[in-house]
Write a protein that binds this ligand. Structure first.
Ligand code: NAG
Ligand code: NAG
Ligand code: NAG
Ligand code: NAG
Ligand code: NAG
Ligand code: NAG
Ligand code: NAG
Length: 384
Protein backbone atom coordinates (compact mmCIF):
# COMPACT_ATOMS: atom_id res chain seq x y z
CA UNK A 1 0.00 0.00 0.00
CA UNK A 2 2.67 2.45 -0.99
CA UNK A 3 1.22 5.57 -2.51
CA UNK A 4 3.46 8.37 -3.50
CA UNK A 5 2.31 11.93 -2.71
CA UNK A 6 2.82 14.60 -5.41
CA UNK A 7 6.51 15.18 -5.73
CA UNK A 8 6.34 18.91 -5.17
CA UNK A 9 4.87 18.51 -1.71
CA UNK A 10 7.48 16.15 -0.40
CA UNK A 11 10.86 16.79 -1.90
CA UNK A 12 12.62 19.90 -0.77
CA UNK A 13 16.28 19.81 -1.64
CA UNK A 14 18.23 21.46 1.14
CA UNK A 15 21.92 22.05 1.37
CA UNK A 16 22.23 21.84 5.11
CA UNK A 17 25.57 21.86 6.77
CA UNK A 18 24.93 21.87 10.47
CA UNK A 19 27.61 22.69 12.94
CA UNK A 20 27.19 21.86 16.61
CA UNK A 21 27.15 24.76 19.05
CA UNK A 22 30.49 25.36 20.73
CA UNK A 23 30.53 23.83 24.16
CA UNK A 24 31.88 25.14 27.45
CA UNK A 25 35.19 23.34 27.36
CA UNK A 26 37.83 25.99 27.10
CA UNK A 27 40.99 23.94 26.70
CA UNK A 28 39.91 21.55 24.01
CA UNK A 29 37.38 21.64 21.24
CA UNK A 30 35.24 18.78 22.44
CA UNK A 31 32.27 20.15 20.51
CA UNK A 32 33.62 18.09 17.66
CA UNK A 33 32.88 14.89 19.58
CA UNK A 34 29.17 15.25 18.82
CA UNK A 35 27.19 14.46 15.76
CA UNK A 36 26.36 17.12 13.19
CA UNK A 37 23.01 15.96 12.03
CA UNK A 38 20.26 17.21 14.36
CA UNK A 39 17.94 17.92 11.43
CA UNK A 40 18.12 14.52 9.78
CA UNK A 41 15.63 11.91 10.89
CA UNK A 42 16.98 8.97 8.90
CA UNK A 43 20.06 8.14 6.87
CA UNK A 44 20.54 6.46 3.53
CA UNK A 45 23.60 4.80 2.05
CA UNK A 46 24.49 2.23 -0.58
CA UNK A 47 26.21 -1.01 0.23
CA UNK A 48 27.05 -4.51 -0.83
CA UNK A 49 27.11 -6.35 -4.12
CA UNK A 50 23.80 -4.87 -5.18
CA UNK A 51 24.71 -1.39 -4.12
CA UNK A 52 21.92 0.13 -6.19
CA UNK A 53 19.45 -0.71 -3.41
CA UNK A 54 19.68 1.95 -0.73
CA UNK A 55 19.83 0.93 2.95
CA UNK A 56 18.13 3.08 5.58
CA UNK A 57 19.15 3.70 9.19
CA UNK A 58 17.60 5.62 12.09
CA UNK A 59 20.70 6.98 13.83
CA UNK A 60 23.96 8.69 13.09
CA UNK A 61 27.04 9.66 15.13
CA UNK A 62 30.29 11.28 14.14
CA UNK A 63 33.19 11.66 16.56
CA UNK A 64 35.78 14.00 15.14
CA UNK A 65 39.18 13.97 16.85
CA UNK A 66 40.80 16.28 14.29
CA UNK A 67 40.02 19.67 15.80
CA UNK A 68 40.92 19.19 19.46
CA UNK A 69 43.93 21.54 19.46
CA UNK A 70 43.76 25.32 19.54
CA UNK A 71 46.95 25.55 17.49
CA UNK A 72 49.99 23.59 16.26
CA UNK A 73 52.32 21.56 18.54
CA UNK A 74 49.92 21.18 21.46
CA UNK A 75 49.89 17.40 21.38
CA UNK A 76 53.18 16.70 19.60
CA UNK A 77 54.90 14.78 22.39
CA UNK A 78 53.54 11.30 23.02
CA UNK A 79 53.15 10.48 26.73
CA UNK A 80 55.75 8.13 28.25
CA UNK A 81 55.26 4.39 27.86
CA UNK A 82 53.69 2.49 30.72
CA UNK A 83 56.56 1.10 32.84
CA UNK A 84 57.28 -2.25 34.49
CA UNK A 85 55.58 -1.36 37.76
CA UNK A 86 52.38 -0.16 36.11
CA UNK A 87 50.79 -3.56 35.59
CA UNK A 88 47.44 -3.04 37.31
CA UNK A 89 45.64 -0.88 34.76
CA UNK A 90 45.22 1.77 37.46
CA UNK A 91 46.89 4.61 35.60
CA UNK A 92 44.96 7.76 34.77
CA UNK A 93 44.05 8.56 31.20
CA UNK A 94 46.13 11.27 29.52
CA UNK A 95 44.45 14.40 28.18
CA UNK A 96 41.63 14.07 30.69
CA UNK A 97 40.18 17.44 29.61
CA UNK A 98 39.15 15.59 26.45
CA UNK A 99 39.14 11.90 27.39
CA UNK A 100 37.40 12.38 30.70
CA UNK A 101 35.09 15.19 29.54
CA UNK A 102 31.31 14.90 29.57
CA UNK A 103 31.34 14.97 25.77
CA UNK A 104 33.60 11.89 25.74
CA UNK A 105 32.10 10.04 28.69
CA UNK A 106 28.58 10.15 27.32
CA UNK A 107 29.63 7.85 24.50
CA UNK A 108 32.88 6.06 25.40
CA UNK A 109 34.35 3.99 28.18
CA UNK A 110 38.09 3.36 28.56
CA UNK A 111 38.86 -0.20 29.62
CA UNK A 112 41.23 -1.52 32.29
CA UNK A 113 40.63 -5.27 32.33
CA UNK A 114 43.48 -7.75 32.09
CA UNK A 115 44.05 -11.40 31.23
CA UNK A 116 46.54 -13.91 32.55
CA UNK A 117 49.15 -15.68 30.48
CA UNK A 118 48.15 -19.14 29.25
CA UNK A 119 49.91 -21.79 27.23
CA UNK A 120 48.11 -20.65 24.10
CA UNK A 121 48.50 -16.90 24.83
CA UNK A 122 51.81 -16.74 26.68
CA UNK A 123 51.98 -13.00 27.41
CA UNK A 124 49.90 -11.50 30.24
CA UNK A 125 47.95 -8.52 28.97
CA UNK A 126 46.82 -5.45 30.92
CA UNK A 127 44.64 -2.71 29.44
CA UNK A 128 45.66 0.68 30.77
CA UNK A 129 43.90 4.05 30.38
CA UNK A 130 47.44 5.49 30.06
CA UNK A 131 47.57 4.00 26.55
CA UNK A 132 44.78 6.26 25.32
CA UNK A 133 45.72 9.83 24.41
CA UNK A 134 45.50 12.63 21.87
CA UNK A 135 48.27 13.25 19.35
CA UNK A 136 48.81 15.83 16.67
CA UNK A 137 50.19 15.93 13.16
CA UNK A 138 53.63 17.50 13.39
CA UNK A 139 53.24 19.49 10.17
CA UNK A 140 52.41 22.97 11.43
CA UNK A 141 50.55 23.80 8.24
CA UNK A 142 48.08 20.96 8.93
CA UNK A 143 48.06 20.47 12.71
CA UNK A 144 45.08 18.13 12.97
CA UNK A 145 44.75 15.94 16.05
CA UNK A 146 43.83 12.28 16.42
CA UNK A 147 42.99 9.70 19.06
CA UNK A 148 45.73 7.14 19.77
CA UNK A 149 45.55 3.67 21.32
CA UNK A 150 48.98 2.28 22.16
CA UNK A 151 50.31 -1.13 23.11
CA UNK A 152 53.80 -1.78 24.45
CA UNK A 153 55.76 -4.80 25.64
CA UNK A 154 57.23 -4.87 29.10
CA UNK A 155 59.40 -7.63 30.58
CA UNK A 156 56.45 -9.34 32.30
CA UNK A 157 53.39 -8.19 30.45
CA UNK A 158 51.88 -6.47 27.42
CA UNK A 159 50.31 -3.10 28.16
CA UNK A 160 47.29 -2.62 25.89
CA UNK A 161 44.52 -0.11 25.18
CA UNK A 162 40.79 -0.50 24.58
CA UNK A 163 37.75 1.74 24.34
CA UNK A 164 34.12 0.70 24.13
CA UNK A 165 31.23 2.66 22.76
CA UNK A 166 28.34 2.89 25.19
CA UNK A 167 25.75 2.23 22.49
CA UNK A 168 25.43 -1.47 23.29
CA UNK A 169 22.33 -2.25 21.26
CA UNK A 170 23.52 -1.69 17.71
CA UNK A 171 21.38 -3.85 15.46
CA UNK A 172 22.88 -3.43 12.00
CA UNK A 173 25.38 -0.70 11.39
CA UNK A 174 27.68 0.88 8.87
CA UNK A 175 30.71 1.81 10.96
CA UNK A 176 33.65 3.69 9.64
CA UNK A 177 36.90 5.22 10.80
CA UNK A 178 39.81 7.10 9.28
CA UNK A 179 42.85 5.46 10.78
CA UNK A 180 46.38 4.17 10.45
CA UNK A 181 48.53 1.73 12.40
CA UNK A 182 52.23 2.32 13.02
CA UNK A 183 54.96 0.72 15.10
CA UNK A 184 56.48 -2.62 15.98
CA UNK A 185 55.45 -6.10 14.91
CA UNK A 186 53.38 -8.35 17.15
CA UNK A 187 50.32 -6.15 17.69
CA UNK A 188 46.67 -6.22 16.60
CA UNK A 189 44.54 -3.14 15.97
CA UNK A 190 40.85 -4.11 16.26
CA UNK A 191 37.69 -2.29 15.16
CA UNK A 192 34.67 -4.54 15.66
CA UNK A 193 31.11 -5.20 16.70
CA UNK A 194 30.81 -7.34 19.82
CA UNK A 195 28.11 -9.25 21.65
CA UNK A 196 30.06 -12.41 22.42
CA UNK A 197 32.69 -14.62 20.79
CA UNK A 198 30.13 -15.97 18.32
CA UNK A 199 28.46 -12.66 17.44
CA UNK A 200 31.37 -10.47 16.42
CA UNK A 201 32.37 -8.85 13.14
CA UNK A 202 35.96 -7.63 12.86
CA UNK A 203 38.45 -5.50 11.07
CA UNK A 204 41.88 -6.46 12.39
CA UNK A 205 45.19 -5.02 11.32
CA UNK A 206 48.10 -7.24 12.34
CA UNK A 207 51.46 -5.48 12.46
CA UNK A 208 53.06 -8.85 11.63
CA UNK A 209 51.27 -8.71 8.24
CA UNK A 210 52.42 -6.90 5.11
CA UNK A 211 51.00 -3.38 5.06
CA UNK A 212 48.67 -4.25 2.15
CA UNK A 213 46.89 -7.08 4.06
CA UNK A 214 43.92 -6.68 6.41
CA UNK A 215 41.93 -9.41 8.22
CA UNK A 216 38.13 -9.30 7.89
CA UNK A 217 36.41 -11.86 10.12
CA UNK A 218 33.04 -12.95 11.43
CA UNK A 219 33.57 -14.90 14.66
CA UNK A 220 33.81 -17.72 15.59
CA UNK A 221 37.00 -18.22 13.57
CA UNK A 222 37.93 -21.47 15.32
CA UNK A 223 35.72 -24.46 16.07
CA UNK A 224 35.31 -26.27 19.40
CA UNK A 225 38.34 -28.43 18.63
CA UNK A 226 40.50 -25.35 18.06
CA UNK A 227 40.65 -25.77 14.29
CA UNK A 228 40.47 -22.75 12.04
CA UNK A 229 37.15 -22.22 10.22
CA UNK A 230 38.19 -21.30 6.70
CA UNK A 231 35.12 -19.29 5.72
CA UNK A 232 35.24 -17.11 8.86
CA UNK A 233 38.12 -14.90 7.86
CA UNK A 234 39.40 -13.23 4.72
CA UNK A 235 42.76 -11.59 4.29
CA UNK A 236 42.81 -9.74 0.97
CA UNK A 237 46.10 -8.21 -0.13
CA UNK A 238 47.06 -5.34 -2.46
CA UNK A 239 44.98 -3.04 -0.28
CA UNK A 240 45.95 0.58 0.37
CA UNK A 241 48.68 0.54 3.04
CA UNK A 242 47.33 0.44 6.61
CA UNK A 243 50.26 2.44 7.93
CA UNK A 244 48.92 5.43 6.01
CA UNK A 245 45.57 7.16 6.63
CA UNK A 246 42.71 5.16 5.09
CA UNK A 247 38.95 4.97 5.57
CA UNK A 248 37.93 1.57 6.92
CA UNK A 249 34.35 0.35 7.08
CA UNK A 250 32.22 -2.63 8.17
CA UNK A 251 28.60 -2.90 7.04
CA UNK A 252 26.62 -5.30 9.19
CA UNK A 253 23.21 -6.20 7.79
CA UNK A 254 20.74 -8.93 8.60
CA UNK A 255 22.27 -11.59 6.37
CA UNK A 256 25.44 -10.02 5.01
CA UNK A 257 28.68 -8.48 6.15
CA UNK A 258 30.64 -6.21 3.83
CA UNK A 259 34.02 -4.63 4.40
CA UNK A 260 35.30 -1.53 2.65
CA UNK A 261 38.47 0.46 2.38
CA UNK A 262 38.20 3.99 0.94
CA UNK A 263 34.68 3.37 -0.39
CA UNK A 264 35.73 0.22 -2.25
CA UNK A 265 34.23 -3.08 -1.13
CA UNK A 266 37.06 -5.56 -0.54
CA UNK A 267 35.42 -8.42 1.36
CA UNK A 268 31.98 -9.94 1.94
CA UNK A 269 30.71 -12.77 4.10
CA UNK A 270 27.46 -14.55 4.90
CA UNK A 271 29.11 -16.88 7.45
CA UNK A 272 28.08 -16.19 11.08
CA UNK A 273 26.70 -12.73 10.46
CA UNK A 274 26.00 -11.49 14.02
CA UNK A 275 22.39 -11.79 15.18
CA UNK A 276 22.53 -10.24 18.64
CA UNK A 277 22.44 -6.53 19.55
CA UNK A 278 26.08 -5.50 19.79
CA UNK A 279 28.51 -2.82 20.87
CA UNK A 280 31.49 -1.26 19.13
CA UNK A 281 34.95 -1.97 20.51
CA UNK A 282 38.28 -0.51 19.43
CA UNK A 283 41.53 -1.92 20.76
CA UNK A 284 45.29 -2.26 20.35
CA UNK A 285 46.82 -5.35 21.92
CA UNK A 286 49.00 -8.43 21.85
CA UNK A 287 49.17 -11.62 23.89
CA UNK A 288 51.99 -13.63 22.32
CA UNK A 289 49.48 -15.99 20.67
CA UNK A 290 49.40 -17.27 17.10
CA UNK A 291 47.14 -14.47 15.89
CA UNK A 292 48.90 -11.43 17.38
CA UNK A 293 52.45 -12.79 17.43
CA UNK A 294 55.03 -11.61 19.96
CA UNK A 295 56.12 -8.06 20.48
CA UNK A 296 59.74 -7.61 21.55
CA UNK A 297 60.37 -6.17 25.01
CA UNK A 298 60.72 -2.40 24.80
CA UNK A 299 58.73 -2.11 21.57
CA UNK A 300 55.36 -0.42 21.02
CA UNK A 301 52.77 0.21 18.30
CA UNK A 302 49.97 2.73 17.86
CA UNK A 303 46.47 2.70 16.43
CA UNK A 304 45.66 6.29 15.41
CA UNK A 305 42.16 7.50 14.57
CA UNK A 306 41.06 10.82 13.08
CA UNK A 307 37.32 10.19 13.21
CA UNK A 308 34.70 7.50 13.78
CA UNK A 309 31.33 7.43 12.04
CA UNK A 310 28.36 5.21 12.90
CA UNK A 311 25.16 4.89 10.89
CA UNK A 312 22.94 2.45 12.74
CA UNK A 313 19.70 0.98 13.97
CA UNK A 314 19.16 -0.22 17.50
CA UNK A 315 17.39 -3.12 19.13
CA UNK A 316 14.93 -1.37 21.42
CA UNK A 317 15.16 2.29 22.47
CA UNK A 318 18.34 4.20 21.61
CA UNK A 319 18.95 4.96 25.29
CA UNK A 320 19.27 1.22 25.94
CA UNK A 321 17.28 -1.20 28.09
CA UNK A 322 15.88 0.12 31.36
CA UNK A 323 17.41 -2.62 33.50
CA UNK A 324 18.90 -0.39 36.15
CA UNK A 325 22.39 -0.01 34.73
CA UNK A 326 22.31 -0.01 30.94
CA UNK A 327 19.87 2.85 30.40
CA UNK A 328 21.49 6.07 29.19
CA UNK A 329 20.03 9.49 29.78
CA UNK A 330 18.22 10.84 26.74
CA UNK A 331 19.17 14.33 27.95
CA UNK A 332 22.81 13.43 27.54
CA UNK A 333 22.09 11.92 24.17
CA UNK A 334 20.62 15.25 23.09
CA UNK A 335 18.00 15.05 20.35
CA UNK A 336 18.81 11.47 19.59
CA UNK A 337 15.44 9.82 19.96
CA UNK A 338 14.00 8.16 16.91
CA UNK A 339 12.08 10.58 14.72
CA UNK A 340 10.79 8.31 11.97
CA UNK A 341 11.99 8.88 8.45
CA UNK A 342 10.76 12.35 7.53
CA UNK A 343 14.02 14.04 6.59
CA UNK A 344 16.19 11.63 4.63
CA UNK A 345 19.91 12.41 4.67
CA UNK A 346 22.82 10.90 2.81
CA UNK A 347 26.05 10.24 4.67
CA UNK A 348 28.40 9.52 1.75
CA UNK A 349 29.49 11.89 -0.98
CA UNK A 350 28.72 14.92 1.17
CA UNK A 351 30.60 18.20 0.98
CA UNK A 352 32.10 17.59 4.38
CA UNK A 353 32.79 14.23 6.05
CA UNK A 354 30.60 13.92 9.12
CA UNK A 355 27.91 16.34 7.93
CA UNK A 356 25.05 14.35 6.40
CA UNK A 357 23.06 16.20 3.77
CA UNK A 358 19.31 16.21 3.22
CA UNK A 359 18.26 14.40 0.04
CA UNK A 360 14.51 14.46 0.51
CA UNK A 361 11.90 15.38 3.07
CA UNK A 362 8.26 15.29 4.04
CA UNK A 363 6.46 18.52 4.78
CA UNK A 364 3.82 18.34 7.49
CA UNK A 365 3.02 14.68 7.04
CA UNK A 366 3.29 11.70 9.24
CA UNK A 367 4.71 8.97 7.09
CA UNK A 368 5.85 5.42 7.33
CA UNK A 369 9.34 4.12 6.67
CA UNK A 370 8.04 2.14 3.72
CA UNK A 371 6.85 5.25 1.95
CA UNK A 372 10.11 7.02 2.56
CA UNK A 373 12.14 4.25 1.15
CA UNK A 374 10.29 5.16 -2.05
CA UNK A 375 10.71 8.89 -1.55
CA UNK A 376 14.41 8.37 -0.87
CA UNK A 377 14.84 6.46 -4.06
CA UNK A 378 12.94 9.07 -6.03
CA UNK A 379 15.07 11.80 -4.49
CA UNK A 380 18.22 9.98 -5.38
CA UNK A 381 17.07 9.29 -8.90
CA UNK A 382 16.46 12.99 -9.25
CA UNK A 383 20.01 13.51 -8.13
CA UNK A 384 19.26 15.61 -5.07
C1 NAG B 1 35.89 23.01 16.83
O1 NAG B 1 35.21 21.95 16.16
C2 NAG B 1 34.17 22.41 15.30
C3 NAG B 1 33.43 21.19 14.79
O2 NAG B 1 34.29 20.26 14.21
C4 NAG B 1 34.81 23.24 14.19
O3 NAG B 1 33.79 23.74 13.37
C5 NAG B 1 35.58 24.41 14.79
O4 NAG B 1 36.26 25.09 13.77
C6 NAG B 1 36.58 23.91 15.83
N1 NAG B 1 37.22 25.03 16.49
C7 NAG B 1 38.54 25.14 16.59
C8 NAG B 1 39.02 26.31 17.39
O5 NAG B 1 39.30 24.36 16.07
C1 NAG C 1 17.45 22.63 11.45
O1 NAG C 1 17.56 22.72 12.87
C2 NAG C 1 17.67 24.02 13.35
C3 NAG C 1 17.91 23.99 14.83
O2 NAG C 1 17.21 22.95 15.45
C4 NAG C 1 16.41 24.83 12.98
O3 NAG C 1 16.55 26.15 13.39
C5 NAG C 1 16.24 24.78 11.47
O4 NAG C 1 15.05 25.41 11.12
C6 NAG C 1 16.23 23.36 10.98
N1 NAG C 1 16.17 23.36 9.53
C7 NAG C 1 15.30 22.63 8.87
C8 NAG C 1 15.33 22.75 7.41
O5 NAG C 1 14.52 21.88 9.42
C1 NAG D 1 16.58 0.28 10.09
O1 NAG D 1 15.31 0.47 10.69
C2 NAG D 1 14.31 0.96 9.79
C3 NAG D 1 13.08 1.24 10.62
O2 NAG D 1 12.70 0.13 11.32
C4 NAG D 1 14.10 -0.07 8.68
O3 NAG D 1 13.15 0.41 7.77
C5 NAG D 1 15.45 -0.29 7.96
O4 NAG D 1 15.32 -1.28 6.97
C6 NAG D 1 16.50 -0.73 8.96
N1 NAG D 1 17.78 -0.81 8.25
C7 NAG D 1 18.59 -1.88 8.30
C8 NAG D 1 19.82 -1.80 7.49
O5 NAG D 1 18.33 -2.88 8.93
C1 NAG E 1 56.77 4.04 36.73
O1 NAG E 1 56.02 5.23 36.57
C2 NAG E 1 55.45 5.67 37.79
C3 NAG E 1 54.55 6.85 37.46
O2 NAG E 1 55.23 7.79 36.71
C4 NAG E 1 56.54 6.04 38.76
O3 NAG E 1 55.98 6.45 39.98
C5 NAG E 1 57.43 4.82 39.00
O4 NAG E 1 58.53 5.17 39.81
C6 NAG E 1 57.93 4.28 37.68
N1 NAG E 1 58.64 3.02 37.92
C7 NAG E 1 59.78 2.75 37.35
C8 NAG E 1 60.39 1.42 37.67
O5 NAG E 1 60.33 3.53 36.59
C1 NAG F 1 38.95 -0.17 36.44
O1 NAG F 1 38.03 0.89 36.27
C2 NAG F 1 36.92 0.82 37.12
C3 NAG F 1 35.93 1.87 36.69
O2 NAG F 1 36.57 3.08 36.45
C4 NAG F 1 37.40 0.96 38.57
O3 NAG F 1 36.31 0.90 39.43
C5 NAG F 1 38.40 -0.14 38.86
O4 NAG F 1 38.94 0.04 40.14
C6 NAG F 1 39.52 -0.16 37.86
N1 NAG F 1 40.35 -1.32 38.04
C7 NAG F 1 41.63 -1.22 38.12
C8 NAG F 1 42.38 -2.50 38.21
O5 NAG F 1 42.19 -0.14 38.10
C1 NAG G 1 24.86 -15.36 18.53
O1 NAG G 1 24.46 -15.61 19.88
C2 NAG G 1 23.39 -16.54 19.96
C3 NAG G 1 22.96 -16.58 21.42
O2 NAG G 1 24.04 -16.76 22.26
C4 NAG G 1 23.87 -17.88 19.42
O3 NAG G 1 22.82 -18.81 19.47
C5 NAG G 1 24.35 -17.72 17.97
O4 NAG G 1 24.93 -18.93 17.52
C6 NAG G 1 25.41 -16.62 17.91
N1 NAG G 1 25.92 -16.40 16.56
C7 NAG G 1 25.16 -16.07 15.50
C8 NAG G 1 25.87 -15.80 14.23
O5 NAG G 1 23.96 -16.00 15.55
C1 NAG H 1 55.96 -15.93 21.75
O1 NAG H 1 56.98 -16.12 22.68
C2 NAG H 1 56.73 -17.17 23.60
C3 NAG H 1 57.84 -17.17 24.63
O2 NAG H 1 59.08 -17.11 24.04
C4 NAG H 1 56.64 -18.47 22.84
O3 NAG H 1 56.31 -19.51 23.73
C5 NAG H 1 55.54 -18.35 21.80
O4 NAG H 1 55.49 -19.51 21.00
C6 NAG H 1 55.76 -17.15 20.90
N1 NAG H 1 54.59 -16.97 20.05
C7 NAG H 1 54.67 -16.88 18.72
C8 NAG H 1 53.41 -16.69 17.99
O5 NAG H 1 55.74 -16.95 18.12
Amino acid sequence: MLSLPPLGSIILPLALVLRPALSDYTNANTSALHDNSQNCSCYVLNSGEDSSTPEYFSFYRFWDFRTLANGPREYITAPPLVNDTQDAGEEDVWDAHVLNSDAWNVDWSIQNWSKKATEEFPTRMVNSPANIYIQQNDDDSDPFTYLTLRTSRLEDFQSAGEIENLQKNLMHVSMRMKARVVGAKGAVAGFFTFFDDTNESDIEILTDDDTDVIRYTNQPAVDDDGNEIAEASQAPDKLPAWDEWQEHRIDWFKKNSYWYINDKQVAANTYSVPREPSGLIINMWSDGGEWSGNMSVGDSAEFQIQWIELVFNTSGPVEGPDNGYNKRSVDLLEKREEKGCEVVCKVDGTKEKGSPEVVGMASGMSVSWGLFVVVGIVSMLLGI
